[in-house]
Write a protein that binds this ligand. Structure first.
Ligand code: PBG
Length: 325
């Protein structure tokens, strides 16, 4: 046995392991997705995501402030309208009095520039059919008619105080369309965290409950096929060419290979979204006593950072930030 064949030497003590750790996980790397709902008068726990809540406007402000105090890098807000407020074109998304736009204004008023406030720029929470865009007569998602809605939505969200928009609908041309709309409305400083490679994933299941989704069927004509790798790189290249300020891969843990390739290729910051199903799986296994929850949470986040994410969106952001600081 030659001495140089003893890598265990660098694992002997906690101080040694700390010294040689290649990847770090800090509160600023974590972004907390939050849900603000109409039609509830107290925070409502999402049954498939224990510990995650739909908030009222009041509880949203309090929870967001606490998350920012714990050191998270930003917040990503989703709106949950009343079922009766949904329609075919998702009017609630562009209405300044829609639930998401009111939530953004409340948070920007409360927090100013103390955090990075992000908005989900997608119609699915607001449409009565649950798709991310408007439909043709034949019931397919109409790409270009949807872009016009996104342009309007983007301006409404910028007016409501979002620092970054998160176009998540996977329509072709969405980043360029939104950029143009923001610029012509005078919002040159509002950026886009583009969901560049977003896969049609079964792991979004619990999110559908979280936002009270009306979707029947699937999103496979616009989200990506899990079989494809090159296609993700093409989507990233297009989003970068269209002016994305950051790009995102989603989901995270089943797509760490994609994340690594995107990170190697991108010259803008790369985010990954640890989605609802990833949260629920770890939570459920921990509730059964099958895994050590706290260790599994940090390991999952570290693995996403190691694969190349500068930023991780995770429902554990506030908790993990608290434990890391
Ligand atoms: C679409 C959107 C979805 C998620 C974020 N934005 C759902 C979907 O594409 O079906 C999923 C997030 C999660 O599962 O945690 N607006």
């Amino acid at each position: 046995m030659y001495p140089e064949f003893r890598p265990r030497r660098l694992r002997t003590t906690p101080a040694m392991r700390r010294l040689v750790a290649e990847t770090s996980l800090e509160p600023r790397h974590l972004v907390l997705p939050m849900f603000v709902a109409d039609g509830i008068d107290a925070p409502r726990e999402i049954s498939s995501m224990p510990g995650v809540f739909q908030h009222t406007q009041d509880s949203l402000r309090a929870a967001a402030t606490a998350a920012v105090e714990s050191g998270v890098g930003g917040l990503m807000l989703f709106g949950v309208p009343r079922p009766e407020d949904k329609d075919a074109c998702g009017s609630g998304a562009t209405d300044p009095e829609g639930v998401l736009n009111r939530g953004l204004r409340a948070l920007r008023d409360e927090l100013g520039d103390a955090t990075v406030l992000m908005a989900d720029t997608c119609l699915d929470e607001f449409t009565d059919h649950g798709h991310c865009g408007v439909l043709t007569g034949a019931g397919r998602v109409d790409n270009d008619a949807t872009l016009a809605r996104y342009a309007e939505m983007a301006v409404a969200q910028a007016e409501s105080g979002a620092h970054l928009l998160g176009p998540s609908g996977m329509m072709d041309g969405q980043v360029a369309t939104i950029r143009e709309a923001l610029d012509s409305a005078g919002f040159q400083d509002v950026g886009q965290l583009a969901y560049a490679a977003k896969y049609a994933s079964a792991f979004y299941g619990p999110f559908r409950e979280a936002v009270g989704s009306s979707l029947e069927g699937d999103r496979r004509t616009y989200q990506q096929d899990p079989a494809n790798r090159r296609e993700a790189l093409r989507e990233v290249d297009l989003d970068l060419a269209e002016g994305a300020d950051l790009v995102m891969v989603k989901p995270a843990m089943s797509y760490l290979d994609i994340l690594r390739e995107v990170a190697d290729r991108s010259d803008v910051p790369v985010a990954a979204y640890q989605i609802s199903g990833e949260y629920s799986m770890i939570t459920a296994a921990a509730q059964n006593g099958w895994i050590d929850r706290d260790a599994a949470v940090l390991e999952s986040l570290m693995s996403i950072r190691r694969a190349g994410a500068d930023i991780v969106l995770t429902y554990w952001a506030a908790e993990a930030a608290g434990r890391l600081s």
